[in-house]
Ligand binder design. Structure first.
Ligand code: ATP
Length: 337
C-alpha cells in the first residue's frame, strides 16, 4: 500500500494533537482524534479531525485497538499517551505506531536516561544520592511526566526534610539546581535520509515561578511563598545564532548514541531540555523522545522551519511528511516501532 490516503493518523485529543492532526490533514491523511468526554470542542471547532471518538478516560484508549487497526490508523504518541498508558501497554498494543518503542524504556527510567545522555557526551546537573549530600541549591523532582507539578527547591538537608514531609509521593530525585536560562530545543531526525533538523525552541510558562517576580522580595517573604513549576503554557524562543552549531552537535550525539542502545535508534521528533549558565555551559536535564508541547506555538512553522521549507511546517506536519515519504518509498517499517 503506497498511497498515504489509505491510512489515517490518530492521536489522543490533548497535548499537541491540534498540530499533529492539522499537519496530517495538510499532508493528505484522514485524521482521528480520540478525546476524553467533555474535551471534544477544540477538535471539532478547529476542524482538525475527520472523526472524533469519545472515551470516558484516556486508559480506555487501549479498548479501541482493533477498531483503529481496521481503519489502518497510525498512532502518533505524545505526553498524554505516556501519562495514560504504561510502556508495557504501549509495547503490547498492535496498532501501527510512529516512533521507536524500544527507546521508551531509555526515556522512562531516569537512571537509563542519564546513562544515555552522559554516554552521548552531554553535561548534566549532579544527582544527590542522599539528602545529606545537598551542598548547593537542589531541585526535587517527582517521577512521571507531570509537567513539573510539585517540584520544589532545597538548599540543604534540613530544608529538604521540612518540604518533603508535605509530599505523599516517595519516588523522586534530588538534582543540582542550575542557575541560568532554561531552553528546550525541538529536533526532528529522519531515519529515511539521516538528516537532523532543528524545528523550533521554547521556554515554559510555569506557575508560580514565572509570576513571583511581579511582587517585591519583601512581599514574597511575607507571604512565605514556595516556588512551584506547574506548566500552563509555552513561550517561543529564537537562540543566539552562534549557539546553533552546538545544538546540532548535541542532537546528533543523542541520536548516534541511541543507535547503540536500540535496534532502530531514536527517530522522529525529540527535545533536549537544558539550562544555559552565564559561563555558557549547557546542562541538559532531560530528553523527551517524542513531540513536546513546546512546539505548539509553531503550528504555522517556526523561524527555523521557514528557512528550510517553502510551506508552514509544524513538528506535527513534519511527522506526517515523514510517514508519507516512508509510505511512498515503501519504507513504512523504518518509521514504525
Ligand atoms: P516533562 O513534562 O518534560 O517531563 P517535567 O515535568 O519533568 O518535564 P522539567 O521540565 O524537568 O519538568 O522541569 C520543570 C521546571 O524546572 C522547568 O522550568 C525547568 O526549566 C526547571 N528545571 C528542571 N531541572 C532543572 C535544573 N536541574 N536546574 C534548574 N532548573 C531546572
Amino acid at each position: 500500500m503506497s498511497n498515504p490516503k489509505t491510512y489515517s493518523i490518530v492521536t489522543l485529543g490533548s497535548h499537541s494533537a491540534l498540530q499533529i492532526l492539522k499537519g496530517a490533514k495538510d499532508e493528505g491523511f484522514k485524521t482521528i482524534a480520540v478525546v476524553k468526554k467533555g474535551f471534544e470542542e477544540p477538535y471539532s471547532s478547529f476542524k482538525v479531525a475527520d472523526e472524533i471518538i469519545s472515551i470516558d478516560e484516556y486508559p480506555d484508549f487501549s479498548k479501541l485497538e482493533q477498531q483503529l487497526i481496521d481503519k489502518n490508523a497510525i498512532l502518533i504518541p505524545h505526553g498524554t499517551l505516556f501519562a495514560a498508558c504504561s510502556v508495557d501497554q504501549l509495547k503490547d498494543n498492535k496498532m501501527l505506531y510512529f516512533g521507536d518503542k524500544e527507546v521508551l524504556a531509555w526515556e522512562e527510567s531516569r537512571i537509563k536516561q542519564r546513562q544515555w545522555l552522559l554516554g552521548s557526551g552531554l553535561t548534566m546537573p549532579k544527582i544527590y544520592a542522599n539528602p545529606e549530600d545537598i551542598d548547593e541549591p537542589a531541585i526535587i523532582k517527582f517521577n512521571g511526566a507531570g509537567g513539573g507539578k510539585g517540584y520544589f527547591l532545597a538548599k540543604n538537608k534540613v530544608e529538604f526534610e521540612e518540604k518533603i514531609a508535605l509530599h505523599k509521593d516517595t519516588t523522586y530525585i534530588i538534582q543540582q539546581y542550575i542557575i541560568g536560562n532554561p531552553i528546550y530545543i525541538h529536533y526532528f531526525y529522519s531515519p529515511l535520509n539521516d538528516e537532523l533538523e532543528i524545528m523550533s525552541m521554547d521556554k515554559r510558562y510555569e506557575t508560580n515561578v514565572d509570576s513571583i517576580g511581579r511582587i517585591s522580595a519583601s512581599d514574597q517573604l511575607d507571604l512565605n511563598l514556595q516556588t512551584s513549576y506547574n506548566i500552563i503554557g509555552n513561550i517561543p524562543i529564537v537562540a543566539r545564532e552562534s549557539m546553533l552549531a552546538e545544538f546540532f552537535k548535541m542532537g546528533r550525539a543523542v541520536v548516534d548514541k541511541s543507535k547503540e542502545l536500540t535496534s532502530k535508534g531514536m527517530f522522529g521528533p525529540f527535545c533536549l531540555e537544558m539550562v544555559i549558565t552565564p559561563d555558557m555551559e549547557y546542562f541538559v536535564f532531560e530528553i523527551s523522545a517524542r513531540i513536546v508541547a513546546g512546539s505548539n506555538p509553531y503550528i504555522d512553522g517556526s523561524p527555523y522551519t521557514a528557512l528550510r521549507y517553502p510551506e508552514p511546517m509544524s513538528t506535527g506536519r513534519r511527522i506526517a511528511r515523514e510517514i508519507k515519504n516512508a509510505i511512498e518509498q515503501n519504507k513504512l517499517d523504518k518509521v514504525l516501532g
